[in-house]
Design a protein around this ligand. Structure first.
Ligand code: PRP
Ligand code: URA
Length: 215
């Protein structure tokens, strides 16, 4: 069913069995609010493991109870940038393994008539320029929201940005890769297409509505 990642050099598909199983759980229309939330949160943790695989580390001298040794510390601070609202659903799962990360909230909603993103909030930590910024949103549909979010982060000084979503499609990937070719894209799945309302098919429906119970 999924589209092959080989068509998109900038994209990593996080194709792990646990990711596939949990993604199946949140795609299912009958998932309860609790199951949807729990699986989305766990997916966010799992994908963060892959998204951070290439972050730099520096040596850190520590003492165990028995001896001194050279350990590792992250070379740069990490900032997670969830795109509201649905991106908030990923935040808790990401913070589980990045507890020291700052958070840049990016408030955008897609106007369902124009399908263009409209900004309503932006608040980022002051160290954006020194940080590794991870933009998080479950859905990459037309790509408009992802491009707008990264535009805002760049304007605010962010220099090193990666983008992670759960479900994407070729249209959104191409749009994002064209606007920001330097931003690596991580996704748990590439679905074939968008429908006439610009929803991803098969997708999982409206991620924000399903996560917050506003369906
Ligand atoms: C959804 C989703 C993305 C956006 C994707 O948010 O979480 O942010 O749509 O669509 P795009 O790639 O075509 O821009 P939505 O605007 O529905 O807001 P919400 O999270 O508040 O429900
Ligand atoms: N936003 C969603 O939440 N789902 C889609 O399929 C497209 C945009």
């Amino acid at each position: 069913m999924g589209v092959s990642a080989s068509a998109f050099p900038n994209v990593t598909v996080i194709d792990h069995p646990l990711v596939r199983v949990k993604l199946t759980a949140i795609r299912a229309a009958e998932a309860s609010l609790g199951d949807f939330r729990r699986n989305l949160c766990e997916l966010a943790t799992l994908v963060t493991f892959e998204v951070t695989r290439t972050v730099g580390v520096v040596g850190k001298r520590i003492k165990t109870p028995l001896a001194e040794m050279e350990g590792s510390a992250l070379a740069k601070p990490i900032i997670i940038a969830p795109i509201l609202r649905a991106g908030l659903g990923m935040l808790e799962g990401m913070l589980k393994i990045l507890p020291e990360a700052g958070v840049a909230h990016i408030g955008l909603f897609r106007n369902e008539e124009t399908r263009l993103p409209e900004r309503y909030y932006f608040k980022a930590p002051p160290n954006l320029a020194e940080a590794e910024v991870i933009v998080a949103d479950p859905m990459l549909a037309t790509g408009g929201s992802a491009v707008a979010a990264i535009d805002h982060l760049r304007d605010a000084g962010a220099r090193s940005i990666r983008y992670v979503c759960l479900v994407s499609c070729p249209v959104g990937i191409e749009r994002l890769a064209q606007a920001h070719p330097e931003v690596p894209i991580f996704t748990a799945a590439i679905d074939p297409e968008l429908d006439h309302r610009a929803y991803i098919v098969p997708g999982l429906g409206d991620a924000g509505d399903r996560f917050f119970g506003t369906v």
